[in-house]
Design a protein around this ligand. Sequence first.
Ligand code: SF4
Length: 335
Amino acid sequence: MKQNKHYNIPIFLPELACRNKCVFCNQRNISGTHHIPTIQDAQEIIETHLTTIPTSGTKQIAFFGGNFTGLPIEQQKAFLKLAQSYIHKGAVESIRISTRPDYISEDILRMLHSYGVKDIELGAQSFDNEVLALSQRGHTSEDIIRAAELIRTYHFKLGLQMMIGLPGDSYEKSMHTAQKIIDYKADTTRIYPCLVIANTVLADMYTQGRYKPLDRATATVWLADIYSLFSQHNIRILRVGLHPSKDFESSEIVLAGPYHPSIKQLALSQIWKNRFAEKIKLKKGKLHISVSAEALPYAIGYESSNKQWLRETYGWVAIHTDTHLQYDEFTYCYN
Ligand code: SF4
């Protein structure tokens, strides 16, 4: 049975809603928002979105960015009351929030539940305590575990977001974080490569030579392996990389780091390249590869990168579609 498309009505809360100062964070640049929206602002955002979303879709009001449960409790309740009024009217199904692991308690979860919150996303970022400390996250991996377990106990859907390439990070540590997100049974995840944004502590560390971001090729290889691991364990990947924005093209805002507007496409192309490299034996003759129509753009690769690599490696190559194949499958033959 075909599922209704899901729509989030996003209300961004900038870092003003957060008392922490993670080294990489300048929410003002990331969310494009400079002040906490008022209740009236939030209402206008919701109303505007409702006029553009098809009535057949499922809808959720999503308080993104910042640190929702770090807001003063009366402010949280005012936002939630507004969002809940749209649930009562039947205009939206539920509410999602994003917050930090150390701002989750049983009292907070009971309050969120009473207003109709169904999904909680935690910025976990890493399960490695050294990475968390160097990133000045202000919480440990034990805090993530405690919060994740509480959220599951209270029957919310759990999202755990991670970042790659933070200070002190490595391929092994990022894979360990991904494995922990699986072990703690997250329903969803988001994967963000760490960027050096202007006016952050990380920008100072970068200019002083104390931090080196991942280059794009390395980030793509890590993302491909993490993406594959999550897919094998049926963890829904809601996002790879930040939403493309003109701001991120500006070297005054993103000083360094693996920003690319199509970073997800790069990672999916890399997954297909890995598959081909592992399975296709080099033989004499013309190589014909078949994939599903859905997989075709990634099999060919971003800007035909895989096709070019296949030609360099195997000689003559053609990639066809085959309606009998699932997304992850391919067949090949030589003639
Ligand atoms: S907790 Fe989130 S909003 Fe707060 S400083 Fe860290 S990354 Fe930014």
